[in-house]
Design a protein around this ligand. Sequence first.
Ligand SMILES: Nc1ncnc2c1ncn2[C@@H]1O[C@H](COP(=O)(O)OP(=O)(O)OP(=O)(O)O)[C@@H](O)[C@H]1O
Ligand SMILES: [Mg+2]
Length: 371
Amino acid sequence: MSPPGSPSVLAEHPEYLSPEYTPEELPHRERDVENLSFYFENRLLRGVTPPHILITGPSGSGKTATVKHVLAKHRVPGFVAYTVATGSGVKVLRSCASEVGVRLPVRGLSLDEAWERFDSEVGGSLLVVVLDELDKMLAAEPEAPLLYFLTRRPKTWVIGLSNNYSALSLVKDERVLSSFNPWRMVFDPYTVDQVRDILQHRVILAGAQVKDEAVSMCAAVSVSTAGGDVRYALNLLSSAVQLAEKAGDHVVGERHVETAKEEVERGYILRSLTALQPPHKLLLLKGVYEQRISSPSQLYEYANTQARRLGLSVYTYKRLSEFLNNLHVEGWVKITRRGATGRRGVLWEVLPTEEDIDLVKATIDKLLTQL
Ligand SMILES: Nc1ncnc2c1ncn2[C@@H]1O[C@H](COP(=O)(O)OP(=O)(O)OP(=O)(O)O)[C@@H](O)[C@H]1O
Ligand SMILES: [Mg+2]
């Protein structure tokens, strides 16, 4: 027992509460682990290249953890490259090359040249490429030339991951879509009970002193404000543990979670907005949150004007309306029908959903200056 006023130790292994840690077991993802393992055991090991796969699901639903877990469990008779696919094809290819031990000159290569070298080094071997956060690469380069090269290469298995269900709508080249044409695996968001269970496992692993009520609260908050994002729940729990330790308390309770919420919310909004691709989604949100524009067509006009100002490409209204619908699905805006159908068709109204409008506005501005 620590003396009053001095910090206490409430977790023997706090690192196991970190979202960076991938546990040995993934409760509630057993079936997904099994589905993916099938391709390793019943296809790759028999020398058969499985169909390409695209895994989508909300943030923190365990996509990366599941794939890493399955990769770690299986021996692959060939090369494996796991990479977070942010940026242009040549950048992503460099990262794949370094994963499989192929050396490419530091600079000066076009994608075509880099691909030629990479392909000849890998030779006739089987190649498994995991492109995590694939939507980022597609947003940076809608022609997706690297995906084209990869999917045209024999004995190559591409597993794409994205928290954007319609990630493929970012691809502009039909040839890429027809040669990628993946099987879809959709990760459902975790329920409150599932998140509670996952947290409970982590609490035991970490040897942490946390009341059941506090664990339940973290789970409930992560579902109501972050769609069941386990990363959010773990951040909340870790922050609550730290607060309780700093205060010298002997157990983590609901009041610590309550206090931790605000700080975690800030981090969450920043991360979620950073993940939005392409940046035009941020411009649409700026229109809704800052300019309070509620008419879709005026929003598209606004987003394109801002895009031009920032030197970004402009999109057709049709594509911008896809982005706006994504933002609705992802919970950033609410699109509702306004009034009856008039001569000019149905009138729609777009409204902000996030309560902390100022926080969203400030975060968008910060991200836009970083473009
Ligand atoms: N079923 C689970 N059991 C235990 N921990 C989990 C589980 N699912 C997720 N986690 C934890 O939550 C963290 C976040 O999960 P992960 O990175 O896999 O999410 P993601 O779906 O890839 O999200 P994003 O789309 O933001 O990349 C993981 O590091 C892991 O610690
Ligand atoms: Mg991930």
